[in-house]
Design a protein around this ligand. Structure first.
Ligand code: PMP
Length: 304
C-alpha cells in the first residue's frame, strides 16, 4: 500500500530502496539502540531548502554521544547525504530520516557493533492530517506517563524512546483523539507523543522545560525565537495538568506536526475552540519562513 521512493542512502552509497536491508540480528532491532532525526525540506521562493539541517544533524550526534554510538561520517558528509537523497528522488517538500544504529556484531547489551547509517526521504504533507493545521485537533491526556529522567534520557532522540511514543499515540487514536499528551513521572505536563507543547496565558507562551522529560525540539526553539522577536513573552516552566483546561490557547509543534492548534483536551474546549490569535500569528511567522514572508535571519533555510 505504501508508495516508496526510488533511492535511499546507506553507509556511504545511494542505492535502490529495496536494497537497503539489515540483518535480523542487528543490535538495534532487539534493543532499540538507534538514534535518528526527522527533518523537513520545503519549497521556497528561492528554491527547495532543508530546514535547520545542521541543527538536526548536530542533535543526531549528541544523541549518539549519549549512547556511545560512533557515527563514522562528519556532519558535512551526512548533510551532503541528505541533500543527495532529496535530489535523487526529485523531492521538494519532503521529510528526511537519517538514522544511525548498532548493526550486526555481538549479541549482548554492551556488545561492540559496527554503526550502520542510512538517510531516507519521502514526500510529506501535514502529519496530523490536512485539516489539523487549520481547525486544530482534539487531544487527550494519556494514561501512559513519559519515562523518568533517571531511566531513559529524553534528550536523546533514540529509537527505544518511541516505545513510549507508540503507547501514547496509539491509545489516543484508539480513543478517537488526534494526539495524546503525556505527563512526566512527576505528574506534571511533559509533551505530546511526538510534539512539544505550548500553552497561552494572557498573551504569553508557556512551555514545559527539559526537566519534564521532553525532547527539546528544534521547532520549539524556532517558535521561541520567532515569538521573542515578535515581543511575545516566552516562559519555560513546570505546568500542572489542569493548566491544559485553563489555557487561552494550546498548540503542539514538531518537525512533522509543524504548528498545530489544539482545540480541545479530554473533551474540554480550549479557548473558543478555534486556533487563537497567538497560535495564528506563530503559524504565519513559521510558515512565513517557507513562503518568503518571514525573513530568515538565522540561516535556518539550508539550500538543497
Ligand atoms: N518531542 C518528541 C518526543 C518528538 O519525537 C519530537 C519530534 N522530533 C518533538 C518533540 C519535536 O522535535 P522537533 O521540533 O525537533 O521535530
Amino acid at each position: 500500500s505504501q508508495n516508496y521512493p526510488e533511492w535511499i542512502w546507506q553507509n556511504g552509497q545511494i542505492k535502490p530502496w529495496r536494497d537497503a536491508t539489515v540483518h535480523v540480528m542487528a543490535h538495534a532491532l532487539h534493543y532499540g539502540s538507534s538514534v535518528f532525526e526527522g527533518i523537513r525540506s520545503y519549497e521556497t521562493p528561492d528554491g527547495a531548502a532543508i530546514f535547520r539541517l545542521t541543527d538536526h544533524l548536530k542533535r543526531l550526534y549528541l544523541s549518539a554521544k549519549i549512547y556511545d554510538i560512533e557515527i563514522p561520517y562528519s556532519v558535512e558528509e551526512l548533510a551532503e547525504a541528505c541533500r543527495q537523497v532529496v535530489k535523487k528522488n526529485d523531492l521538494k517538500a519532503a521529510y528526511l530520516r537519517p538514522v544511525a544504529f548498532r548493526g550486526l556484531g555481538g549479541f549482548g547489551l554492551s556488545a561492540e557493533c559496527p554503526t550502520d547509517v542510512a538517510v531516507a526521504s519521502w514526500p510529506m504533507g501535514p502529519y496530523l492530517g490536512p485539516e489539523a493545521l487549520e481547525n486544530g485537533i482534539d487531544a487527550c491526556v494519556s494514561s501512559w506517563q513519559r519515562f523518568a529522567p533517571n531511566t531513559i534520557p529524553a534528550g536523546a532522540k533514540a529509537g527505544g524512546n518511541y516505545l513510549s511514543g507508540q503507547l501514547i499515540a496509539r491509545e489516543a487514536r484508539r480513543l478517537g483523539f488526534g494526539e495524546g499528551i503525556a505527563l512526566a513521572s512527576t505528574g506534571l505536563l511533559s509533551e505530546g507523543a511526538g510534539e512539544n507543547l505550548f500553552l497561552v496565558f494572557d498573551g504569553a507562551l508557556h512551555t514545559t522545560p527539559a526537566s519534564a522529560s521532553i525532547l527539546t525540539g528544534i521547532t520549539r526553539h524556532t517558535l521561541m525565537t520567532l515569538a521573542q522577536e515578535e515581543g511575545i513573552e516566552v516562559v519555560e516552566r513546570d505546568l500542572p495538568r489542569e493548566y491544559l483546561y485553563l489555557a487561552d490557547e494550546i498548540l503542539m509543534c514538531g518537525t512533522a506536526a509543524e504548528v498545530t492548534p489544539i482545540r480541545s483536551v479530554d473533551g474540554k474546549k480550549i479557548g473558543t475552540g478555534k486556533a487563537g490569535p497567538i497560535t495564528r500569528r506563530l503559524q504565519e511567522l513559521f510558515f512565513g519562513l517557507f513562503n518568503g514572508k518571514t525573513a530568515d535571519r538565522w540561516g535556518w533555510l539550508e539550500p538543497l
